[in-house]
Write a protein that binds this ligand. Structure first.
Ligand SMILES: Cc1ncc(COP(=O)(O)O)c(C=O)c1O
Length: 426
């Protein structure tokens, strides 16, 4: 049926980079190749038992729920953000959807104006903008700023442009770098955003995975202009359950209503049993807190150890302070790599997969210039359930020791070691 045309906005669009690398790794594994999977950004940890039990208890919930979400869940999400981030929120300010990715897409559909994306940025923001026919404004952050948006960059951009309807995506802790903003940096960005009336879409999906449990939201500093994005996927290990949340300020209720209207004509509502179970997750409590403390200690220890190994291998990378990613740049090896025919991040990622057996994503997938030799490593190829069980008897106030990491996350450490050795080989 060659007469069937594709819309110009999606022609040439490929499946999301993270999903593609997972497919590629699986295909190599089927051929009997050993591949360490540091490509997909999926939590290594199981969903906490108490949340799984809540899902089991509600398996018979079968009715469509309100498009905005189950009232009890919206109330739990609002209370959680009030307690955790010092903002005022009510159930009616919350929108629940099958994943925060879906909510971001809805936002892009209903918003008319500029979307500002600091890079390196999560892989889907930009393609979503293109699908809805908008041209996002990329702001390349600097390596010397640890790839964090500087308030002055935002100021310069706002001064240059005449557009007044603007949304800035701020993701911290960051995917792909693991870095996060200090309170002073958040203050500075909030001040510029308020002055120029830029709405901040604060993607805090990794907030609970701040390595010290000290995540702060920009919403506290700029409540009237911040939408907080969160969900179950990362801190609750439930990516496949598909549940995301947005919390809106009253000032943006017209945006929330427009998004809910589009949602009502597309997915109708989010899976009912999952929403009931999510109430339990957002209520937190001792079991969930313990799970989180252990998860943070493990990812923090692993990020530190991997960073040290990558630096020994000549990489430059910022200290990760949250999430489970590191973002090494191999600029120091440019000449050596060029002799092997590698001059871009996709070529580097491809060579690592083929020659070292490590799957990771090139910096270019995160909106960076293709010639940069940076990669995102997702430090998740280990048995999260076993690692958590082994933390049960341990102090979680500091990262586990080297022996623990070698025993439970050895594949990841070995992969980072092998990358360093491969880089340095002539
Ligand atoms: C930075 C960031 N934001 C949003 C998402 C989307 O999460 P979900 O749709 O599972 O809520 C992800 C998932 O990888 C992410 O890394």
């Amino acid at each position: 049926m060659s007469s069937l045309r594709l819309d110009a906005r999606v022609a040439g669009l490929e499946p999301s980079a993270t999903l593609a690398i997972q497919e590629r790794s699986r295909a190599l594994a089927r051929q009997g190749r050993e591949v360490v999977r540091l490509g997909l950004g999926q939590s290594p940890f199981p969903v906490p038992d108490v949340v799984v039990e809540a899902l089991r208890d509600h398996a018979r919930e079968k009715d469509y729920l309100p498009v905005g979400g189950l009232e009890a869940l919206r109330a739990a999400v609002a209370s959680y953000h009030e307690a955790r981030h010092g903002i005022r929120a009510h159930a009616e300010d919350v929108l629940v959807a099958p994943g925060s990715k879906e909510l971001m897409f809805l936002l892009q559909i209903v918003h008319d104006g500029d979307l500002l994306i600091p890079t390196p940025a999560w892989v889907s923001y930009e393609p979503q903008a293109r699908i809805v026919g908008r041209r996002p404004v990329l702001i390349h952050t600097r390596r010397e700023d640890d790839y964090k948006l500087h308030a002055e960059q935002l100021e310069a951009l706002c001064r240059e442009s005449r557009e007044t309807s603007r949304v800035l995506i701020l993701n911290y802790p960051s995917n792909p770098t693991g870095t996060t903003f200090s309170p002073a940096e958040l203050d500075a960005i909030a001040e510029v955003a308020r002055r120029h009336e830029v709405v901040v879409l604060s993607d805090e999906i990794y907030g609970e995975l701040h390595h010290e449990g000290a995540h702060e939201s920009i919403a506290k500093r700029y409540p009237e202009g911040t939408i907080i994005s969160s969900g179950l996927s990362k801190w609750c290990g439930a990516g496949g359950w598909r549940l995301g949340t947005f919390v809106f300020p009253r000032e943006l209720s017209h945006l929330r209503r427009a998004m809910a209207a589009v949602a009502s004509e597309t997915y109708t509502s989010t899976s009912a049993p999952i929403q009931y179970a999510a109430v339990r997750a957002f209520e937190r409590g001792e079991a969930v807190d313990r799970y989180l403390a252990s998860s943070r200690a493990i990812v923090s220890g692993l990020a530190r150890a991997s960073t040290a190994l990558l630096r020994q291998g000549g990489a430059e990378l910022p200290e990760a302070r949250g999430a489970f990613y590191v973002y090494p740049d191999f600029e120091a090896h440019r000449a050596r790599l060029a002799r092997r025919g590698i001059t871009s991040s996709p070529e580097l990622a491809e060579a690592l997969l083929e020659e070292v057996g490590v799957a990771c994503l090139p910096g270019s997938d995160f909106g960076r210039p293709i010639s940069e030799l940076a990669l995102r490593l997702s430090l998740v190829d280990f048995d999260g359930a076993r690692a958590l069980a082994a933390m049960a008897a341990r102090d979680t106030s500091s990262p586990p020791d080297e022996d623990y990491l070698e025993q439970h996350c050895g594949r990841v450490l070995e992969a980072t070691r092998r990358i360093g050795v491969w880089m340095c080989a002539d």
